[in-house]
Design a protein around this ligand. Structure first.
Ligand code: SF4
Length: 385
């Protein structure tokens, strides 16, 4: 087990390293080893901050955790997140693992050769592509030396090309047109079955690949109250309590459908056409409606003429909201974009990071706002007043 395995614990070699180390996760958990504490931190940071980097600093140079704790915290985190028994928690966790991994890959690629060979364990782009079976699907764009380039500049351009060509199949699998118009195939240079992407865009596609890998197999089926699940019970309870203490401080109790962001309006219109929403779509809509201050009964009344049924709404909204506020922060624009829910109309992802923040701005700009509940005489229990 080496530092590279710990940096990229979802790589096949890291999984082998864990298997070969023949460590017993139940025993580690029973002994409350550092890997367990790091796993709790990993999940907490993923759900609350969107990163799995330790608060003590980046691994390996600054982190308080050693290689073994860092690596073994990954399988324990996967068990913890499974025990949270929440689909949104798994999504957020996978997204945070992927975001952190890509930050690390970006830093590795920026590490110069001299340092790389000295001490820092780093991956190269070829390693990452091979890990995701993309070695034959991605090639750097050939760049001849520009006139006047020094030999050093020409060699650096060869090593770190600004553009790559990716086979159209993997491109379509790993990217989404909902990331913005520039991702649509019609707006791309396409030749001989390959699509041209910038280096940063290639990293976006790799982030999607990591997210897919992390999400695979989650949640684990674990019998509650037995074995490792029982040992981790207090950690899981701590995480649930932390999440429930997380309150959203957004627009307070104003329901103005005319000011809803387009993603939410589109979902409502889709449901009004009696089309079923996918689970991520209905979760996003419920999280938004709860986030703007609606009670479960008000949400049921608001969605009365849609494909959403009252029982499903009640289940989701009550689960989302406790006495102190929303249990899970609503998905960000980036997450909604990954699900194809956001079409980034008029590029307003530039304006806010999530639909609630966008709505908050629109409400603030609108000044006087009529509340849908008052206009329709809807009381907090959903009854017509
Ligand atoms: S950018 Fe955000 S607020 Fe706007 S449509 Fe997309 S998800 Fe909704």
């Amino acid at each position: 087990m080496d530092a590279l395995d710990a940096k990229y614990p979802f790589f096949a070699t890291a999984r082998e390293a864990v298997a070969e180390a023949a460590v017993s996760l139940p025993e580690l958990v029973a002994a409350d080893a550092p890997a367990v504490e790091r796993a709790r931190e990993r999940v907490e940071r993923a759900l609350l901050d969107g990163t799995v980097e330790s608060e003590s600093g980046a691994f390996p140079a600054e982190s308080a955790y050693d290689t073994q704790a860092e690596l073994l915290s990954y399988p324990i985190s996967r068990i913890l997140v499974s025990l949270l028994d929440s689909a949104p928690a798994i999504e957020k966790y996978a997204a945070a693992e992927a975001a952190t991994a890509v930050d690390r890959i970006r830093a590795d690629l920026a590490t110069d050769d001299e340092l790389r060979s000295l001490s820092t364990p780093t991956v190269g782009l070829d390693d990452v592509l091979a890990e995701f079976d993309l070695a034959d699907a991605v090639r750097p764009e050939a760049t001849g030396p520009a006139t006047g380039d020094t030999p050093a500049a020409a060699s650096s351009a060869d090593r770190d090309p600004a553009h790559y060509w990716i086979a159209v199949g993997p491109y379509l699998r790993l990217t989404s047109p909902s990331w913005g118009p520039s991702w649509r195939l019609v707006n791309r240079a396409l030749a001989d079955g390959e699509v041209r992407v910038s280096r940063e865009e290639l990293l976006d596609a790799l982030e999607a690949a990591v997210e897919e890998r992390v999400r695979e197999g989650l949640p684990f089926e674990l019998a509650a109250g037995e074995g490792i699940a029982a040992e981790l019970e207090s950690g899981v309870e701590d995480l649930k309590r932390l999440l429930s203490e997380r309150t959203y401080t957004g627009p307070i109790d104003v329901v103005a459908p005319d000011l809803f962001p387009p993603c939410m309006t589109n979902l409502i219109e889709k449901a009004e056409r009696d089309v079923d929403l996918t689970p991520p779509e209905s979760f996003a809509l419920m999280a938004f409606l709860v986030g703007i201050g609606m009670t479960p009964d008000e949400v049921v009344a608001f969605c009365a003429d849609t494909s959403l049924d009252a029982e499903g709404i009640r289940y989701q909204t009550e689960y989302l909201k406790d006495d102190r506020g929303t249990q899970y922060p609503p998905p960000t624009c980036q997450t909604l974009s990954n699900y194809g829910i956001c079409h980034n109309e008029e590029d307003h992802m530039q304006v806010a990071a999530d639909p609630l923040a966008y709505y908050e701005k629109r409400v603030a700009d609108a000044g006087e706002v009529d509340d849908w509940r008052e206009k329709n005489g809807i009381a907090a229990d959903g009854e017509t007043a």
